[in-house]
Ligand binder design. Structure first.
Ligand SMILES: Nc1ncnc2c1ncn2[C@@H]1O[C@H](COP(=O)(O)OP(=O)(O)OP(=O)(O)O)[C@@H](O)[C@H]1O
Ligand SMILES: [Mg+2]
Length: 234
């Protein structure tokens, strides 16, 4: 179980997360939705060791994570697909995937894992020797997800994977998330496209100005008039 317990986080003196509590159980898909600046990326940053909370705890199977460096968090089985993809543009698709596997002890299983990535995203196999910077936005998103999978995580955190993508490409990414989840990974999906995220996730949290203002089964949230009005217009 990955859990945040009343996490408060501060940037230069200003609190941007206020006692945020959430949990993601093994095998679950959980969504976090919220407007621009509500603290979604900051929440992921706290989980992945990029920002130390000033209050509360991040727990993985009951053990605190918040004092660990980002590499150590990856080593515990948590991988992040960052906002804006951030693939290495001058490296090829294959080289980007190799970097994803770098933190692992059993790097010899690289081929097996790369094969799974190419199975999920066949277009990446066609582009294997192409520089990542020459890929389309959708292909870069697929590569960013693939790179994260190369760390063999048990938890996959996705920061707005649908941003800027055409509906057809979003379908490909959504389909891959479902398959990844079927492989046994738990997924925390951060999205502004709330309606689509609620269709994919069984449960969700709504973040507003750094606070969880609603949580529950996706169907319940999708039917909540307040949530509908604020978030489900797109
Ligand atoms: N490095 C930083 N230094 C100072 N303030 C920051 C920093 N990063 C984010 N913030 C502020 O923290 C708040 C939460 O930002 P965050 O990026 O977590 O929001 P978000 O929900 O991910 O937004 P978006 O949907 O635009 O990605 C915002 O007010 C933002 O301006
Ligand atoms: Mg963000």
């Amino acid at each position: 179980m990955l859990a945040l317990d009343r996490v408060t986080a501060v940037y230069t003196g200003r609190a941007v997360l206020h006692e945020v509590s959430l949990r993601v159980a093994p095998g679950e898909i959980v969504a976090m939705i919220g407007a621009n600046g509500s603290g979604k990326s900051t929440t992921l940053k706290v989980i992945t060791g990029g920002l130390r909370p000033v209050g509360g705890q991040v727990l993985l199977d009951g053990e605190p994570l918040e004092a660990l460096a980002p590499e150590a968090v990856v080593g515990r089985g948590i991988a992040l697909v960052p906002e804006g993809r951030r693939v290495f543009p001058r490296l090829t698709v294959v080289e980007n995937l190799r970097i994803g596997a770098y933190s692992r002890a059993d790097r010899n299983r690289y081929r097996e894992d790369a094969a799974r990535v190419f199975e999920l995203f066949p277009v990446l196999a066609q582009r294997a020797r192409q520089e990542a910077g020459t890929l389309s936005g959708g292909e870069q998103q697929m590569l960013a997800i693939g790179r994260a999978l190369m760390a063999r995580p048990r938890w996959l955190l996705l920061d707005e994977p649908s941003l800027g993508l055409a509906p057809k490409v979003i379908d490909v990414v959504w389909d891959a998330i479902q398959k990844i989840n079927a492989d046994g990974l738990a997924v925390l999906l951060v999205e502004q496209k709330a309606f689509a995220a609620l269709q994919l996730a069984a449960r969700a949290y709504v973040l507003e100005n750094g606070r969880i203002v609603a949580e529950g089964p996706s169907a319940t949230l999708a039917a909540d008039p307040r949530v509908k009005q604020a978030y489900l217009s797109f």
